[in-house]
Design a protein. Sequence first.
Length: 368
Amino acid sequence: MNLGFFTMPIHPLDKDWRQSLREDREAFLLADELGFTEAYVGEHVTDKAENITSCVAFLAWIAAATKQIKLGTGTINMPNTHPATIASSLAMLDHMLDGRLIFGISPGGLLSDAELFGNLDANRNEMFLESINQVLEIWASEPPYNLKGKYWNVSTERTLIKEIGQGFIARPLQRPHPPIVVTAVAPFSKGVTEAAVRGWEPISANFLMPAWVKSHWPKYVEGCERGGRPADPANWRVAKSVFVAKDAATAKAYATDPDGPYYYYYRSLFTKLKRNGRIELFKTRRDQPDEEVTLEMVCDKLIIYGTPDSVADQLLAFQEEVGQFGTLLYAGKDWKDRELGRQSMILMAEKVLPQINAGASKKSNAAE
């Protein structure tokens, strides 16, 4: 198993924005130092808590300071931006990263963003597909382009001056394009199947109950079969909320504190999803009554915490429940306590991951 990092940071509303951005940056640089293989950052324009407004800008900020880690957009909310802007920005970022970019895409889930950009009542899945198709066509085409869609048109036919480069849209360093990943949040996600058909790879969100995470693998297999390629568990990424401390008492106190960053994170998501009619994501079974779904139950089911030994055992049990996957994405939280936040990532990389891989190896050898 590889270890990655995924954050759509949810910070206290009164926290100095400069401080939260510095800490978010520090987490990515620490992940690079610790050998995390990849790291993703989300973006929202209309959320004071989820206050990274552009994942492209954030990744550009840290590009030169990272050495090995692949950096991913987590995600570009495709309906909210013109496809040519996405194509050109991502192309430049891929060059800045010397080909270390992963292109994470989605229709966008924050409804206030959708309202702001005028697509709240639109078919955002349809917009998403048109947008990514146009981005990929731009990267595969020569100017002056002639893409006509329901939502966007792309052309420089009237203004092309080929000999001096006017009218060209940039292409990424990785050809034909950077690896594409999609974040899956729905149980039995049809989007995972359609993504797999096209050769894209899934990330199962960290706020899904294990039963719904497990449901993603058969959908991925189905898509790979339709696409004529084998389904490799190495291509499946699963995000998880984890806190590791040197002693059990510290781990429990920090991870279960009603005023701590882990409860704060899930309180924000719980409020949004409940208001948006998507509380089923937090259910342990589809017929579970809404009134049984409480914040305390959600946190109890979705936060893994403890000493390195305990966390390794819990993650091995989680993998046993949902199936084998290639990359565990450690879900970043606000650093209410900077030292504990850093220490958790360090222990995860240096103590927990080796135990997970050793445990998986023992199980494999036993099976043989």
